[in-house]
Design a protein around this ligand. Structure first.
Ligand SMILES: *[C@@H]1O[C@H](CO)[C@@H](O)[C@H](O)[C@H]1NC(C)=O
Ligand SMILES: *[C@@H]1O[C@H](CO)[C@@H](O)[C@H](O)[C@H]1NC(C)=O
Ligand SMILES: *[C@@H]1O[C@H](CO)[C@@H](O)[C@H](O)[C@H]1NC(C)=O
Ligand SMILES: *[C@@H]1O[C@H](CO)[C@@H](O)[C@H](O)[C@H]1NC(C)=O
Ligand SMILES: *[C@@H]1O[C@H](CO)[C@@H](O)[C@H](O)[C@H]1NC(C)=O
Ligand SMILES: *[C@@H]1O[C@H](CO)[C@@H](O)[C@H](O)[C@H]1NC(C)=O
Ligand SMILES: *[C@@H]1O[C@H](CO)[C@@H](O)[C@H](O)[C@H]1NC(C)=O
Ligand SMILES: *[C@@H]1O[C@H](CO)[C@@H](O)[C@H](O)[C@H]1NC(C)=O
Ligand SMILES: *[C@@H]1O[C@H](CO)[C@@H](O)[C@H](O)[C@H]1NC(C)=O
Ligand SMILES: *[C@@H]1O[C@H](CO)[C@@H](O)[C@H](O)[C@H]1NC(C)=O
Ligand SMILES: *[C@@H]1O[C@H](CO)[C@@H](O)[C@H](O)[C@H]1NC(C)=O
Ligand SMILES: *[C@@H]1O[C@H](CO)[C@@H](O)[C@H](O)[C@H]1NC(C)=O
Length: 485
């Protein structure tokens, strides 16, 4: 049994209670009361009786203890045991904040074999989500169609907001860059337009800041004209505002990573003329942009991952090699680490397979899973690799069943990784597969309802995955939810 305790202090005020997420486990609130010798149903009744003063419960089947939690809106104290059950009362009160959680006690290594079941009800006012390592519930892995976008789009971004809505921004419709943005409301399953971007763009990047704002940076307006503008979305007003300064460089096909100190690192990309080795920081406290050290090599279409030690791992991508009479694009197997304290880049182990348009997911055990992508001959890849930050090396892990690029990868609450769609050797894919972390294998899950690539995916608070947009023969309006583990 693993004991986890941590405190998350909210540095900003929002309408909803924010929750932190650590590994598989989601907790909320300050413990209000601990009741002994009652069963789980009685515990739920106690929570309901409190008429929403209590936000959550944690039930321990081993000693029939019921813990009731509330939040004082400024601080969250969390205590959790891997064999307990955790239930939220009112999902609209809850949002995930994409913020590192400071552990106040040493935590044992977390079991990755636990499974998570989530259920939500649209007919009752309460939504429950339970996590238990001992659950025997089998959740069928399924997809279901949900709301339709107002504007079909691909090469857009999708971001879970602190108010539990999902924001999609910009993208391409097949003809022009898109300036609209839309919000998905989990409670109504509908998409509604929100404020327009100041600048239409696709192939841009989005990051949610620790103050709840969404920062989008760069992107393409067509004909490889890359932008040096960046915008901030405030979900209270639904407005986009340009950052007070432009970025130090125009960038598309770059990466954007929120560092542990709240600043945002933009790395590499393309400025419309050359592949970039430059990097810059959005400084949260001043809202300004500043150069940081350049990468050891230029790269675009790479991936970036925030490691648990605060370093940023960039992997693969492509670069340009200049020969005497011509230049040639090369797909990269190299990888580098950015140390955000020293601001320096160091080369780390190389991928076994050079790749661009791949995905990179930080697993709960701190390793990074890279999947698929495109090789140097423009073919999709089926291989996947694990980066071990403790050794700085990559190791091939099982092959996916289907070679794919332009797909999505989402770390599920169980810790497994969902891969959806993409472009394979025979065209657009509707297959999805899950990487099982415990035995490092891939398994097919049900097919998407819609073939798609260059789409986007966001993990919802209840553990479902919202896959949206993309392209098959045309930009896709359809969005769908994955209900599996
Ligand atoms: C628990 O919540 C109830 C209802 O808000 C309150 O009356 C009681 O004082 C709380 N108990 C503790 C220990 O905070
Ligand atoms: C029940 O078990 C949990 C987890 O082991 C522990 O934190 C809690 O104090 C126990 N409650 C009682 C009343 O023993
Ligand atoms: C909220 O709870 C935390 C932890 O107990 C405490 O430090 C903080 O002062 C509380 N804030 C308010 C406004 O009560
Ligand atoms: C959930 O909480 C929100 C915020 O307090 C409240 O507006 C809403 O009515 C609650 N929803 C239900 C279904 O009780
Ligand atoms: C893209 O949007 C523009 C402006 O709304 C429209 O004129 C054009 O037909 C759209 N292209 C496609 C392929 O839908
Ligand atoms: C968002 O807008 C609201 C209303 O204007 C404002 O109070 C809040 O400070 C803004 N949020 C941020 C993080 O600037
Ligand atoms: C910001 O949002 C408010 C409320 O939605 C709206 O009235 C206002 O016109 C918006 N401002 C800008 C500059 O878009
Ligand atoms: C970052 O660099 C500093 C100074 O060189 C070093 O002390 C620290 O250990 C590095 N951090 C990581 C996570 O590698
Ligand atoms: C993975 O796929 C590659 C080619 O696609 C193949 O060469 C390799 O043998 C496969 N590895 C395993 C373990 O099946
Ligand atoms: C692509 O289609 C061909 C012809 O139908 C088939 O033989 C081949 O197995 C398919 N390849 C993949 C990866 O699905
Ligand atoms: C890996 O684990 C999954 C889930 O427990 C199981 O379904 C699958 O059979 C396992 N595969 C292998 C090769 O052990
Ligand atoms: C999923 O799609 C693949 C490829 O189109 C197809 O071969 C397979 O039969 C489908 N699986 C199911 C369960 O429909």
């Amino acid at each position: 049994m693993f004991r986890i305790a941590f405190i998350l202090t909210l540095s900003f005020t929002i309408d909803a209670i924010s929750i932190g997420k650590i590994n598989n486990y989601i907790m909320i609130g300050t413990m209000n009361e601990s009741l002994s010798n009652i069963n789980q149903d009685q515990c739920i009744c106690e929570m309901i009786k409190s008429n929403e003063l209590i936000s959550a419960l944690n039930y321990f089947p081993t000693n029939q203890t019921c813990q009731l939690y509330f939040s004082n809106m400024s601080s969250i104290i969390i205590e959790y045991y891997s064999n307990s059950v955790f239930i939220f009362m009112n999902q609209s009160l809850i949002s995930i904040i994409n913020k590192p959680i400071i552990s106040t006690s040493s935590t044992s290594s977390i079991s990755t074999t636990s499974s998570t079941s989530s259920s939500s009800s649209s007919t009752s006012s309460s939504t429950t989500s339970s996590t238990s390592s001992s659950t025997t519930t089998t959740v069928t892995n399924i997809w279901s169609v949900t709301g339709t976008l107002n504007v079909g789009r691909y090469l857009h971004t999708s971001t879970l907001l602190t108010n539990t809505k999902v924001l999609v921004s910009g993208g391409f419709n097949g003809t022009i860059a898109i300036s609209s943005a839309e919000l998905y409301d989990v409670s109504t399953s509908k998409w509604t337009l929100t404020g327009n971007l100041n600048q239409a763009r696709y192939d841009h990047q989005a990051s949610i800041l620790t103050n709840g704002m969404v920062l989008i940076s760069g992107g393409n307006i067509g004909s490889s004209t890359c932008l040096n503008s960046a915008e901030l979305y405030n979900s209270s007003t639904g407005n986009w505002t340009l950052t007070s300064q432009t970025m130090t460089s125009s960038r598309c096909m770059h990466t954007s990573t929120v560092l542990l100190n709240g600043n945002v690192l933009l790395a590499g990309g393309y400025n419309g003329y050359t592949i970039l080795n430059t990097a810059e920081l959005y400084q949260l406290s001043t809202g300004t942009w500043a150069s940081t050290n350049a990468l050891n090599g230029a790269r675009a279409n790479h991936a970036a991952s925030l490691l648990t030690n605060g370093n940023v791992l960039v992997s693969g991508g492509y670069s340009t090699v200049i020969f005497i009479l011509f230049t040639n694009n090369v797909v990269l197997n190299s990888a580098e680490l950015y140390n955000s304290s020293s601001g320096s880049w160091t080369v780390t182990g190389s991928l076994n397979v050079a790749r661009q348009y791949h995905t990179a997911s930080v697993l709960l055990n701190g390793m990074v899973l890279v999947s698929g992508g495109q090789d140097g001959n423009s073919n999709p890849l089926n291989s996947a690799e694990l980066y071990d930050p403790t050794t700085g090396t990559w190791a091939l892990t099982g092959n996916m069943s289907t070679a794919r690029m332009y797909h999505t990868a989402t770390v599920l609450l169980s810790g497994n990784v969902l891969i959806s769609g993409g472009y394979g050797s025979n065209g657009t894919l509707k297959t999805a597969e899950v990487y099982i972390v415990s035995n490092r294998t891939w398994t097919f899950t049900s097919n998407l309802t819609n073939r798609r690539y260059q789409h986007a995916a966001s993990l919802l608070i209840d553990g479902r995955v919202l896959v949206n947009g993309g392209i098959n023969s045309a930009a896709i309006l359809n969005t769908e939810l994955y209900h599996g583990t």
